[in-house]
Design a protein around this ligand. Structure first.
Ligand SMILES: Nc1nc(=O)c2c([nH]1)NC[C@@H]1CN(c3ccc(C(=O)N[C@@H](CCC(=O)O)C(=O)O)cc3)C=[N+]21
Length: 286
């Protein structure tokens, strides 16, 4: 039987409606949530994401400011901009689009962001808070994945969950969120032996590898929930995930598509975090 397709756009729409309502309430206190998006260089894919984020902000009534800096921008110049945004009262959230050009130290830039404005939850203070389950900000992509799993009605507690990929942005925080919901969590990576066998144990599989066709039908236990975090281009330049969707959807119980799965949720969680940051800011003129 074919799997049920998890509609990320529909789940995302519900989250954004809730965010828009709460933003309207904040507006009564004179606060308009503001997000600054900083991008260095002209990577076309990054420019698309930035445009999507700006559009999403406008939809929920947020203020947004885009800072598009040239590829040759120095680390000192970028950090100076971040410090300026830290002091800017209209800005509650700062997102520095990754990856940065190789001459810039990503860690130094992230460390310069005020943790109260770090709506990606990449600053070590916020990463530490995720680890202990005391969230200031949700890690956007993993939190979006949790919402998508919740939308299936499948319980996470006690389940075997396998996360493929161990990045600081997706794999590691993903494992923490699953653990906090009482899953049994395994993280696989490029050095994992018998990866296919490990993945086949999973009731819930989350793939964040970055390779087209990485997750094949033989790696998936019948009835498993499959979440595809991959954002790749196939040989025709079409956007696709890590999962062989046609084949795996014949085995899984629920599966996310790409596009229209995790991607829209990542942006919704970013909006949620910006709202949280704005709600914790001081009221203007008080
Ligand atoms: N500091 C930082 N924070 C990020 O959150 C961040 C980042 N850097 N760098 C790049 C990645 C990637 N990312 C995506 C967000 C939404 C979609 C998205 O909306 N995707 C749509 C399709 C978009 C399209 O058509 O190209 C979908 O899957 O349906 C994709 C990718 C956020 N990232």
């Amino acid at each position: 039987m074919a799997a049920q397709i998890i509609d990320g756009r529909a789940v995302s729409k519900k989250v954004r409606q809730r965010v828009a309502q709460q933003a309207a309430q904040l507006a009564e206190r004179g606060i308009v949530p503001g997000l600054a998006v900083v991008i260095v260089g002209e990577d076309p894919a990054s420019l698309v994401y930035v445009r999507n984020k700006k559009r999403a902000c406008a939809e929920v009534g947020f203020y947004s400011a885009e800072y598009a800096l040239p590829q040759q921008t120095t680390q000192a110049e970028l950090i100076e901009l971040v410090r300026k945004l830290n002091r800017d009262e209209r800005i509650h959230g700062i997102l520095v689009q990754l990856p940065l050009p190789p001459h810039i130290d990503q860690k130094a830039v992230i460390a310069a962001i005020d943790p109260h404005k770090d709506v990606d939850a990449f600053h070590p203070v916020n990463v530490g808070r995720i680890m202990i389950g005391d969230y200031a900000f949700l890690p956007c992509t993993p939190a979006g994945v949790m919402e998508l799993i919740a939308s299936t009605g499948v319980e996470v507690a006690g389940k075997e969950c396998v996360v493929i990929g161990r990045s600081n942005i997706v794999g590691k925080p993903m494992a923490m969120l699953l653990l906090h919901q009482n899953a049994t969590v395994t993280i696989c990576h490029s050095r994992t032996r018998e990866l296919a066998q490990v993945v086949r144990r999973a009731d819930i599989v989350i793939s964040a590898v970055g390779r087209v066709g990485f997750v094949t039908a033989d790696m998936v236990k019948p009835g498993a929930v499959v979440i595809d975090v991959g954002m790749n281009r196939d040989q025709n330049g079409k956007l696709c995930g890590d999962v062989d969707f046609a084949a795996v959807s014949q085995v899984a119980s629920h599966i996310t598509p790409v596009p229209g799965g995790v991607g829209p949720m990542t942006i919704s969680m970013l909006l949620q975090n910006t709202l949280t940051a704005a709600g914790q800011a001081k009221d203007p003129q008080k």
